[in-house]
Design a protein around this ligand. Structure first.
Ligand SMILES: Nc1ncnc2c1ncn2[C@@H]1O[C@H](COP(=O)(O)OP(=O)(O)O)[C@@H](O)[C@H]1O
Ligand SMILES: [Mg+2]
Length: 161
């Protein structure tokens, strides 16, 4: 399978948000974006940018769906924002219908995606965020499949050095 990678250093929450907004603007229907990184690394910040880029109305405030597990928002493409922080087993995910959500022609962004690596679709954009210090984050993007690959290509042109 096609695989393409990009490293970006973000120096502020605004920069991470901007990367998200770029992804949201260019992401195509049916995409799954899998986020991983410790608590406070910036997964929700990135997801908020994705929502903005997808045209989710600004008065809808995007927060970690830590308790609801899934929130969804209207936009150019419908956005499902998933947070698996409190999930303990895969069975809970099938209960929520996450596998069906990811098959829809919408966009799914998953925080703590490593918890459900077994049921993630083969085609996905994987983003890992590592904390460097108070303000800097190392963002690693890995694309699996043509769709994610194209998105990374676009990011390379926009943010790559
Ligand atoms: N470069 C950066 N990118 C993203 N967030 C940053 C950055 N630098 C500092 N932060 C801070 O880190 C925190 C990230 O929080 P959040 O996005 O909720 O993380 P997570 O969803 O991974 O738990 C916020 O308080 C944000 O202001
Ligand atoms: Mg979060």
């Amino acid at each position: 399978m096609n695989r393409n990678e990009l490293h970006i250093t973000s120096s502020s929450p605004e920069e991470t948000f901007r990367l998200g907004a770029f992804l949201g603007k260019h992401v195509t229907s049916g995409s799954v974006i899998a986020l991983t990184g410790e608590l406070g690394s910036g997964k929700t910040c990135l997801a908020q940018g994705i929502a903005r880029g997808l045209g989710v109305p600004e008065d809808l405030y995007v927060t970690s769906p830590t308790y609801t597990i899934v929130n969804d928002y209207p936009g150019r493409l419908h956005l499902f924002h998933v947070d698996l922080y409190r999930i303990e087993n895969i069975a809970e995910l099938t209960e929520i219908g996450l596998d069906e959500i990811m098959e829809r022609d919408d966009v799914t962004v998953v925080e703590w995606a490593e918890k459900m690596i077994e049921i993630l679709p083969e085609e996905r954009l994987f983003i890992s965020i590592a904390v460097l210090d108070d303000h800097r984050r190392n963002i690693l993007m890995i694309g699996y499949g043509q769709r994610a690959d194209n998105l990374i290509e676009r990011c390379l042109v926009e943010f790559g050095s």
